[in-house]
Ligand binder design. Sequence first.
Ligand code: SAM
Ligand code: SF4
Length: 352
Amino acid sequence: MTAVNLGVPVVRSAPDVSARPESPHLVDRFGRVATDLRVSLTDRCNLRCTYCMPAEGLDWLPKPELLSDDELARLVSIAVTRLGVTDVRFTGGEPLLRPGIEKVIAATTALSPRPNTSMTTNGITLAKRAAGLAEAGLDRVNVSLDTLDPARFHEMTRRDRISDVFAGMAAARDAGLTPVKVNSVLLRGVNDDEAVPLLRFALENGYQLRFIEQMPLDPQHGWDRSSMVTAEEILDALGREFTLAPESTDRGGAPAERWLVDGGPAVVGVIASVTRPFCAACDRTRLTADGQLRNCLFSTSETDLRAPLRAGATDEEIADLWRGTMWAKAAGHGINRAGFDQPDRPMSAIGG
Ligand code: SAM
Ligand code: SF4
């Protein structure tokens, strides 16, 4: 495998494939099977959320290193038709900054078996794109929104564009990209008073809200366990205004624990990656915009698929590299262990 300069320092290691069983699927040493693929389409973004990117942005990946639409479509096709992937989510950076994404979505939804296909976006340009995305076959979207207050949105994202996000969400709902899920990260002293208003907003508009605990994936390495807002605090705040009952005791591979709100059918989710990790049930595999495969958000190693792809590797050779990478997946992310090493790539370059 060739190591290339990606603009971010990355440790590369060959996966240990010695004891891997004969399975076409993405099995690992702990009995998990990855069926959910996250594809990052770009590391660039049109917002600068303070917990995700510095004001000046990052050293973006050079264009020639990004996978082309055809390369992306080929890798997704290998994942779905050879490796048993059933769910494909496009993300970034901001995925809608990438022109031609409708083509990649259409290629994805034309696969057999057809995977569930979704996107995580900041919603800024979604109003213009929602109908076309739905037409290309996209099933639904998650839109990120951390505050309902325009001034606070401006502070938190360094851009004055909250109305575009509201318009994007509504357009997604009207285009049938449903359920529209809303992702919110609460930061102490910044927007931690908005758990209840955000849930009210979601309920009123027919969106499904999920809170995400802040994770140590920021390029500034500013994450601080003692100040992160925990799932427990969020649930306490919601519990003072709403009646919450667990939707189910088995969340499968789903990261969000979900609660029925006031008897349902509305639900609210909390993704407690730090305080209630779901690694034992993780079914994710991740592809970065520059063609690097990761078996975990927190991996400190990657497998380069772009070089073999461009060197003429067959689908089966690529599939086998993929299987080997997933076989080597660690049991857990280790955030809560002493000596935890934050990955060099920030969230925006991995694909959240
Ligand atoms: N730009 C798109 C967006 O914001 O939806 C997609 C990429 S963004 C990295 C995906 C999600 O990750 C967003 O909901 C964002 O709030 C979340 N996120 C970013 N940094 C995070 C962190 N350190 N911890 C937890 N969530 C984070
Ligand atoms: Fe951009 Fe999403 Fe990161 Fe915000 S969270 S800066 S929208 S990639």
